[in-house]
Write a protein that binds this ligand. Structure first.
Ligand code: ADP
Ligand code: MG
Length: 489
C-alpha cells in the first residue's frame, strides 16, 4: 500500500520545528504577557500552556501570521485569544479584532473564552454576531462599540454590506475552525470579509485538519505565515482500538452488539453518509437504545438540543457524519465506533481522538468489510504498530446471562424559559434540591439558552422531578416543563 502523496497546494509557509516540551518552556510566565493576564490565567487554572499554545503563542505574540493545526480540545482558543488581547487597546473604542467561526455555537464558546481570558483587564467588550438572531439589536450593540467581534462569516458579511460594522481599525483577523468553515461553503464569504480588513494586520488561521482549501485561503491573504502542525499523538494505552471484520449485511447490527457487549455510557458512532446515519438511528432505536443523530439538516435549535442531551448523559449513542461532528468537544466519551472505517487516516485518528480524554481510557471500534482492508493498512502504517483484530462472534452475549438494556443514566427535562426570563443554573438546582427535596447527586448538567433551560436528572427520578418542577416555581414564577423524548419512548 502506498501512502497518499503530500497535498500539492501547500502554501509558501515555513514549518516550525516541533518544540521540545518540558515543564520550563510550558510556563505562561515566559511569554510577553501583562502581569494581570498571568494572574488571571492562574486563577482560571491554566497553569501550563498546552502544546499548541506553546508552539503558537511566541510566534503569534511576535506578530507573525500563523497556520496552526491541532486537534479539537487542544486549547486553540486561548492561543489566539491571548494574542489578540495582548495587542488590544481598551481605551480605543473600535473593533480591533475579528474572529470568524463556523457556527453560532462555536462563536458563543469562543466569546465566553475570550471574556474569561480578558477578565484581568477591565472593560473589554466582546460582541457575538451570528445569523439566526435579528439584525437590529446587533446593529445597536455595534453602535455602542466593541473591541472584539466574534461571528459567523455570512452574518459578518451582512454587516459589512450594510456598513454597520467598520473594520478599518482592525489589527487581528482570526479564522477559527477554518476546515469546518470551508466544509460549510464559506470560502467566498471569508474572502469577502478578509478584503474588508486593513492590509496591515495579523491573520491567524486555526484548524483541526488541513484540507486543500486551507492552502488556497492562506495563499490569498496570509503574509509569510508560519505553519505549525502538532501531530496527533494519543497517549499510548489510553485509547484501546479494536477492529472487527464485517460483511455489509452485518455492519449496522454489529453496532448494537458492540454497545450491548461493552456497555459504554456515551458513544459517538461515525457514519460516512447521511443515509447510513438515518438507517443506523432507526435500527438502534428499534433495538431499544437511546440514540440521537447529528446531521447538517438540523436547525440550530435542534442541533443544540441533541448536543445538550448527549453531553449531559441522557443519550447513549450519538450518530454523526464527520462534517456534523466537527468541533464537537465532549469531555466524557467512553467509545467511538467507526461504523465505516474512513479512507482518510488523518480523519480516523481525529475521530478516535475524541475518546480517552483527560484521565479516562476510551474504546475505539472500527467495522471493516473485506474491500476496506487497504484503509486499515494505511492506519496501521500511521500508527506504527499492528492493529488488533477481534471477532464479532465474541460479542454474542452468552445465552445464560441476560443483561438489562443499556440505558443512559440521566434524562433531560426541558423548562420553557431561559436567559430572557433571567433563569440561571443555580435557580433550577435550588428548585430541585430545595422544596422538591432531591439531592445534588441526582441533578446533572444544567444548560440555559436564551429561551429554554435543560436540566439532566437521574433517570429514576425523572417523572417525579417533572411533576414537582411543574407544581412548584422558579424565581417565584410557575414554569412549563417537558420530558425530552429521546427515541426510547
Ligand atoms: P480547541 O479550540 O483546540 O478545540 P479549546 O480552546 O476549546 O480547544 O480548549 C479546550 C478546553 O481546554 C477548554 O475547556 C479550555 O478552557 C481548556 N484549556 C485551554 N488552555 C488551557 C490551559 N493552558 N490549561 C488548562 N486548560 C486549558
Ligand atoms: Mg476551537
Amino acid at each position: 500500500m502506498t501512502q497518499s502523496p503530500p497535498a500539492s497546494s501547500e502554501p509558501a509557509a515555513s514549518v516550525v520545528p516541533p518544540v521540545v516540551l518540558d515543564a520550563a518552556n510550558l510556563s505562561f510566565a515566559q511569554l510577553p504577557l501583562a502581569p494581570s493576564t498571568l494572574a488571571n490565567l492562574q486563577q482560571l487554572g491554566y497553569l501550563q500552556m498546552t502544546p499548541i499554545q506553546a508552539a503558537s503563542l511566541p510566534l503569534a505574540l511576535a506578530g507573525h501570521d500563523l497556520i496552526a493545526q491541532a486537534k479539537t480540545g487542544s486549547g486553540k482558543t486561548a492561543a489566539f485569544a491571548l494574542s489578540l488581547l495582548a495587542k488590544l487597546n481598551p481605551r480605543r473604542f473600535a473593533v480591533q479584532a475579528l474572529v470568524l467561526c463556523p457556527t453560532r455555537e462555536l462563536a458563543d464558546q469562543v466569546t465566553q473564552e475570550i471574556r474569561r481570558l480578558a477578565r484581568g483587564e477591565d472593560n473589554i467588550k466582546v460582541l457575538t454576531l451570528c445569523g439566526g438572531s435579528t439584525m437590529r439589536p446587533q446593529i445597536s450593540s455595534l453602535e455602542h462599540g466593541a473591541h472584539v467581534v466574534v461571528g459567523t462569516p455570512g452574518r459578518i458579511m451582512d454587516h459589512l454590506q450594510r456598513e454597520s460594522l467598520d473594520l478599518s481599525a482592525l489589527d487581528t483577523l482570526v479564522l477559527d475552525e477554518a476546515d469546518r468553515m470551508l466544509d460549510m461553503g464559506f470560502f467566498d464569504d471569508i474572502v469577502f470579509v478578509a478584503k474588508a480588513c486593513p492590509k496591515a494586520r495579523q491573520t491567524l488561521l486555526f484548524s483541526a485538519t488541513y484540507p486543500e482549501g486551507i492552502g488556497k485561503l492562506s495563499q490569498q491573504f496570509l503574509r509569510q505565515p508560519q505553519r505549525i502542525t502538532l501531530p496527533e499523538q494519543h497517549e499510548a494505552g489510553k485509547i484501546r482500538q479494536r477492529f472487527y471484520e464485517v460483511d455489509s449485511a452485518q455492519r449496522l447490527s454489529a453496532v448494537g452488539l458492540l454497545l450491548k457487549h461493552y456497555r459504554p455510557v456515551s458513544t459517538l458512532a461515525f457514519c460516512n453518509t447521511r443515509q447510513q446515519c438515518r438507517d443506523l438511528l432507526q435500527l438502534l432505536r428499534a433495538e431499544g437504545f437511546v440514540a440521537l443523530a447529528l446531521h447538517g439538516e438540523l436547525e440550530q435549535r435542534e442541533r443544540d438540543q441533541v448536543l445538550i442531551q448527549f453531553a449531559n448523559r441522557s443519550c447513549s449513542v450519538l450518530v454523526a457524519t464527520d462534517v456534523a461532528a466537527r468541533g464537537l468537544d465532549i469531555d466524557q466519551l467512553e467509545a467511538v465506533i467507526n461504523v465505516d472505517v474512513t479512507p482518510d487516516t488523518e480523519i480516523h485518528v481525529h475521530r478516535i481522538g475524541r475518546t480517552g480524554r483527560v484521565d479516562q481510557a476510551g474504546w475505539a471500534f472500527s467495522l471493516v468489510s473485506g474491500n476496506q482492508m487497504a484503509r486499515v493498512d494505511n492506519i496501521e502504517k500511521a500508527l506504527g504498530h499492528e492493529i488488533e483484530w477481534h471477532l464479532l462472534s465474541e460479542l454474542q452475549a452468552s445465552p445464560g446471562q441476560r443483561q438489562p438494556p443499556l440505558m443512559p443514566p440521566m434524562v433531560t427535562l426541558l423548562i420553557l424559559g431561559g436567559r430572557k426570563e433571567k433563569i440561571r443554573p443555580g435557580d433550577v438546582l435550588g428548585a430541585l434540591t430545595g422544596e422538591a427535596g432531591f439531592s445534588k447527586e441526582q441533578v446533572g448538567k444544567i444548560n440555559v439558552t436564551d429561551t429554554s433551560t435543560y436540566v439532566a436528572v437521574a433517570r429514576g427520578i425523572a417523572r417525579e422531578a417533572l411533576r414537582k418542577l411543574s407544581a412548584g416555581s422558579i424565581k417565584g414564577k410557575k414554569v412549563k416543563v417537558h420530558l425530552l423524548q429521546d427515541g426510547a419512548g
